[in-house]
Design a protein around this ligand. Structure first.
Ligand SMILES: Nc1ncnc2c1ncn2[C@@H]1O[C@H](COP(=O)(O)OP(=O)(O)OP(=O)(O)O)[C@@H](O)[C@H]1O
Ligand SMILES: [Mg+2]
Length: 231
């Protein structure tokens, strides 16, 4: 895949939740293209639809209207099984709350997504080593999450998201639980991953953090707009 190739396309995508007698339009007519190698920050106030958008980008949820195309193919045309497969192989997720399993070592946590692949790769151990090295956590491989700082836990969660060598890395407020200095270090890590060619999409409340990304999408009341574009 070459830099600039289309990875994911949203075409007038909407998400509507039923709420008693009424509905919530969490996302309205979202249309944009994500290209290989891009670094995108998603900004917007609480409740504006950022997480809804991220779930749709990662096929964790289906749209109520419109179409999502991954590598040119409509996601809706895939079976549930195929969709899970693409998600496992091509998409890495990082959440605000780390979501590490406390009883497993760092190494075992990072190895977990390899088990979701149809056939665990023969180089599984090497992949875990590479992912841990990328985030600077090789020397903590045998620790448990409870023995790590917040920033170190998030690094482990990022290594876990990278272990399958996904095409896209999606992160929903990955620095929301971290102090300013640690958040800056995690942000620097995302930028390094992008410099190495990975496509990344990061949700943040912070305009300061978003300012470091080449492209910014603003979400307001479920509507997505490019920063700077006339609305
Ligand atoms: N499962 C659901 N059922 C009903 N409404 C929902 C559901 N999930 C989200 N919503 C509504 O959709 C809107 C967008 O929610 P979303 O979680 O995407 O916001 P957000 O931008 O991620 O906010 P935050 O910054 O607080 O994380 C909100 O009004 C929310 O109440
Ligand atoms: Mg959210």
């Amino acid at each position: 895949m070459a830099l600039g190739d289309e990875v994911l396309r949203m075409e007038r995508v909407g998400k509507r939740y039923p709420m008693g007698d009424t509905v919530v339009d969490a996302l309205v007519d979202a249309s944009f293209v994500l290209s290989e190698g891009e670094a995108v920050a998603i900004l917007g106030p609480s409740g504006s639809g950022k997480s809804t958008l991220m779930h749709l980008l990662g096929f964790l949820d289906s749209p109520s209207s419109g179409e999502i195309l991954f590598e040119g193919r409509p996601v809706a045309a895939l079976t549930e099984r195929q969709r899970a497969r693409v998600r496992a192989e091509k998409i890495g997720f990082v959440f605000q709350a780390f979501n590490l399993l406390p009883r497993l070592t760092v190494r075992a946590n990072v190895a977990l997504p390899l088990a979701y692949l149809g056939h665990p790769p023969p180089d599984a151990e090497a992949r875990v080593d590479r992912a841990l090295a990328l985030v600077g956590m090789s020397n903590r491989a045998h620790h448990k999450p409870g023995e790590l700082s917040g920033g170190q836990r998030q690094r482990v969660a990022i290594a876990r998201a990278l272990v399958n060598e996904p095409r896209i890395l999606l992160a929903d407020e990955p620095t929301g639980n971290l102090d300013t200095k640690t958040a800056a270090a995690i942000l620097e890590l995302f930028q390094e991953l992008n410099r190495q060619g990975r496509t990344i999409v990061v949700v943040t409340h912070s305009p300061e953090i978003a300012g470091h990304f080449r492209r910014q999408l603003h979400v307001l009341d479920g509507r997505v707009a490019e920063k700077g574009a006339a609305s």
